[in-house]
Design a binder for this molecule. Structure first.
Ligand code: SF4
Ligand code: SF4
Length: 330
């Protein structure tokens, strides 16, 4: 496409359009900066790995979770999975409209969904965590939307971690945003995401993604593979038949219809985070953490002691660019 067919465009035009389409937050990351700072150098989640031509800018858009579903504290809450999936569907529509709007102005663009994993890094082991093609949480930090928290979740000033993300890559020549420098996470003096996690997957500025996936995607590919393996291994034909009609199978079928419980699931580490202007509407229900145990409390206390001694763990230093700086203890 040649320049003569391109309308002049500014970052503010893109942001106004995103908001008019229904995005709650929008920022624009510089694709070249993302190429220079891959969050996981082993997987290389960078725009240049996806496109040679249309990755100069990464437009990151966020939609908040509904307050009502966040106020449902149960982890295995299908209403939540379903509502979140609808929010994701809405984000997909917003992204598609954004792509078409950019292309009408002469700038090729395409969607990077938050759930699209890279098939080249799947090696036949359903239990293994597979990375997405681009990490939208890291892209959101580069786009100035927030910083990463203790569970490596994106935290925004407006909604804390209670947002879903989508992104659009394009080379429209607009100004990019810059990332925040200071951490929004309150560190181990809070530690609420450590205390709540049902999979015990939240460590000191690090998440055990493999453990998390069992709850984050409770009826996903791993659950399907395990369920089918159990059926194949069952020697009794009557029992086999029963398993085909079981609740497990029903959940998998229902989840496949919409992705509820596959691309959505547990988000307790997002729900209970006290950061975000929206938390005042949630605290009456979420202040209490029923999953807290003395063991988790001890771990959070150890993290706190380390921070007080000015010792942040290697996991923090590895991701400090996206976590942001904590006030010095001096
Ligand atoms: S999504 Fe759930 S299982 Fe995963 S880290 Fe957060 S609280 Fe833990
Ligand atoms: S819950 Fe507390 S420790 Fe966890 S991310 Fe939020 S502010 Fe940080």
């Amino acid at each position: 496409m040649t320049v003569m067919f391109q309308e002049p465009i500014a970052a503010s035009d893109i942001k106004d359009k995103a908001r008019s389409l229904g995005a709650d937050l929008v920022g624009i990351a510089d694709g070249h900066i993302m190429n220079a700072h891959p969050p996981n150098p082993r997987v290389l989640q960078t725009p240049e790995r996806i496109t040679d031509h249309d990755g100069d800018r990464c437009i990151v858009m966020a939609k908040r979770y509904s307050v009502g579903t966040t106020r449902l504290p149960r982890v295995d809450e299908r209403h939540k999975y379903y509502n979140d999936e609808l929010t994701l569907t809405e984000l997909e529509s917003i992204s598609l409209e954004m792509v078409l709007w950019l292309e009408d102005r002469g700038y090729p663009a395409f969607i990077i969904p938050p759930t699209h994993v890279d098939p080249w890094v799947y090696f036949g082991e359903p239990d293994q965590h597979v990375e997405t093609i681009l990490s939208l949480t890291h892209a959101a930090v580069e786009a100035g939307l927030g910083t990463l928290g203790m569970a490596e979740q994106l935290i925004t000033p407006e909604y804390g971690p209670r947002v879903l993300l989508t992104a659009v890559l394009t080379s429209a020549p607009v100004e990019a945003d810059t990332k925040r420098t200071d951490a929004l996470c309150l560190g181990a003096s809070c530690g609420r995401c450590v205390q709540t996690c049902p999979a015990d997957a939240v460590h000191h500025f690090e998440r055990d993604w493999q453990a998390c996936d069992t709850h984050r995607s409770p009826h996903g590919f791993r659950a399907l593979a395990d369920h089918l393996s159990r059926i194949i291994d069952e020697p009794d034909p009557a029992e086999k038949k029963k398993m085909l009609r079981s609740k497990d199978q029903f959940y998998i079928w229902q989840s496949m219809l919409r992705g509820a419980g596959v691309v959505t699931g547990c988000r307790r580490c997002q729900d209970v985070c006290p950061v975000g202007e929206d938390y005042t509407r949630l605290s009456d229900v979420l202040d209490d953490i029923p999953e807290a145990t003395p063991e988790k409390a001890d771990r959070a206390a150890a993290y706190y002691m380390a921070e007080q001694a000015g010792e942040l763990p290697p996991s923090y230093h590895k991701a400090a660019r996206w976590m942001g700086a904590f006030p010095s203890k001096d």
